[in-house]
Ligand binder design. Structure first.
Ligand code: BES
Ligand code: MN
Ligand code: ZN
Length: 505
């Protein structure tokens, strides 16, 4: 069960009396030239007049207030019969990151209250407004399966917070709601535990998300059983589970007349749980977060269905490579040789390097059958990816430097940040095998570059396509509840994908 998702509204000019319809009015304060001060805008002046406080009085009341984007203080409103709370939220230097952080601080202050909120922030750039509006919603996410939690029930009974923004940001409000719907859904899928979230269940969710859009441009087809005969990687990994058999979930956005539009194929790692297989994950604590090993598949799913709302002139096919990596009597063994889609043979060494096996099938299938103009995969692929970059950036691999520069730039703006990493040709020798075309865990030589050699393995399956690989093992999950995210699945990816796809038309 998730907490109620906030709803967005817009307001034009307000009369005095109408302020009383809000439970909370948020006003920004920037660093100013010498000291922090409440920002200037006609709407803010109106609010200050309404609540009977001047900027000077505010400074006296809160001498310690610095205007940092994480700061929130409440002005006591005297002499009013109403229950309006005035929150002053630091807006720092009022740039992109400060706007985002201030949005998250405000969202956290009103999370679970069910309040009607007026957010009077103003911005120098439309992108700052978009970042802010998204953060107000994303920071209010909550998910659990408690049956008895009374505080949660109370929160749900109060309903969704309703946040109003000045109507000058109407376009950003619309865009933000598309993005946050995608991220909220991605998080729901990631938080769902693996005893519920089988590959078949993910297929049902894909159908449900598509049905809800009521768009003839979206379709879902699901391959299972014999239809996966040529998908040797997906079968080798997925058949380890006696109960949750693998699925290839294909979701496409192809409006009438889209035949000659650019075709993007997205491939997502959809491991519903990663035990490591017979090469069991150790220490065992590392296994606990592994229900989130399908975060890449979730991201491409929600981004693709969002196309029905944005309607760009681009054709999108999402391939969700879904399997559970289990330990069982039918699990693959270290030393097995499998045949990937397209015929490449692969020697299995470490069954915990399962992601690249399911992705390789998806990439080869895309290359050989779908004729993509762009091929992009998203995967929680390697622990190494987050060793260098930490948890705030996804590792991006591509030979196409203008495309990776573009994705980097979009990511900085929209909030899903990716950093270019090198495909080091010298490391390819690590993929050599004596018994097959390749070994999959790059163990022929040790270059201590696990995310790079994983990317080089994937590249063997993309033919001549324009290809980008995003290793999101770091940013897909958060260890802490702060800013826009809660502990667990962050919903990293859809915002970047949506903006990029929209920019292709
Ligand atoms: N799902 C993991 C990668 C991962 C690790 C994601 C930590 C998120 C957090 C992947 O399947 C895996 O086990 N990768 C191995 C590869 C190795 C065996 C070559 C890794 O990174 O250790
Ligand atoms: Mn693994
Ligand atoms: Zn994995």
């Amino acid at each position: 069960m998730r907490l109620p998702q906030p709803t967005f509204h817009k307001v034009g000019s307000l009369k005095d009396r109408e302020f009383e319809e809000f439970n909370v009015i948020a006003i920004p304060a920037t660093f100013g030239t010498s000291a922090p001060e409440i920002s200037k805008s006609p709407l803010i002046d109106q609010v200050l007049e309404y609540c009977g406080i001047t900027r000077e009085e505010f400074k006296k009341l809160f001498p310690e207030f610095q205007g940092k984007p994480s700061e929130v203080v409440r002005i006591p409103v005297a002499g009013h019969k109403t229950l309006v709370r005035i929150l002053v939220v630091g807006h720092g230097d009022a740039g992109r990151e400060a706007s985002r952080k201030a949005g998250a601080a405000l969202g956290r202050a009103i999370k679970g209250t069910g309040y009607r909120v007026l957010d009077t922030f103003t911005f120098a750039a439309k992108e700052d407004a978009l970042a802010h509006i998204m953060a107000v919603s994303l920071s209010q996410y909550g998910w659990n399966l408690k049956s008895q939690d009374l505080s949660d029930k109370k929160v749900r009974a109060k309903g969704a917070t309703q946040i109003s923004f000045p109507s000058q940001y109407a376009n950003e409000i619309t865009r933000a709601s598309i993005h946050v719907n995608a991220v909220w859904h991605t998080r729901d899928l990631i938080h769902t535990p693996a005893n519920i979230k089988t590959p078949a269940w993910l297929g049902e969710q894909a159908k449900k998300l598509v049905r809800q859009r009521k768009s003839s441009a979206l379709t879902v087809t699901i391959k299972s059983g014999r239809a996966l005969a040529k998908f040797g990687g997906l079968r080798a990994v997925g058949n380890s589970s006696p109960t949750a058999s693998p699925r290839l979930i294909e979701v496409s956005y192809a409006p009438i007349g889209s035949k000659n539009w650019p075709h993007v194929v997205l491939v997502g790692k959809g491991i519903t749980f990663d035990t490591g297989g017979l090469s069991l994950k150790r220490p065992y604590d590392l296994m606990i977060p592994m229900k989130s090993d399908m975060a890449g598949a979730a991201a491409i799913l929600t981004a693709t269905v969002a196309m029905a709302e944005i309607k760009p002139q681009v054709r999108v096919t999402a391939l969700l490579m879904c399997a559970e990596n289990m330990i069982s009597g039918t699990a693959q063994r270290p030393s097995d040789v499998i045949t990937q889609y397209g015929g490449t043979t692969v020697e299995i060494i470490n069954t915990d390097a399962e992601g690249r096996l399911v992705l390789a099938d998806g990439l080869a299938y895309a290359d050989l059958e779908l004729n993509p103009d762009y091929l992009l995969d998203v995967a929680t692929l390697t622990g190494s990816a987050s060793l260098g970059l930490g948890k705030q950036y996804g590792a991006m691999f591509s030979r196409n430097t203008s495309l990776s520069a573009r994705l980097h730039q979009i990511g900085e703006s929209i909030g899903d940040r990716v950093w270019p990493m090198p495909l080091v040709d010298d490391y390819t020798s690590a993929l050599a095998s004596k018994v097959a075309d390749l070994n999959h865990d790059a163990s022929a030589q040790d270059f201590s570059a696990g995310s790079v050699t994983a990317a080089l393995f994937l590249e063997k399956f993309v033919g001549e396509r324009t290809w980008v690989h995003l290793d999101i093992a770091g940013p897909a999950r958060s260890d802490s509840d702060s800013g826009e995210v809660i502990k667990g699945g962050t919903g990293f990816g859809p915002r970047l994908l949506i903006e990029w796809l929209a920019s292709l038309s």
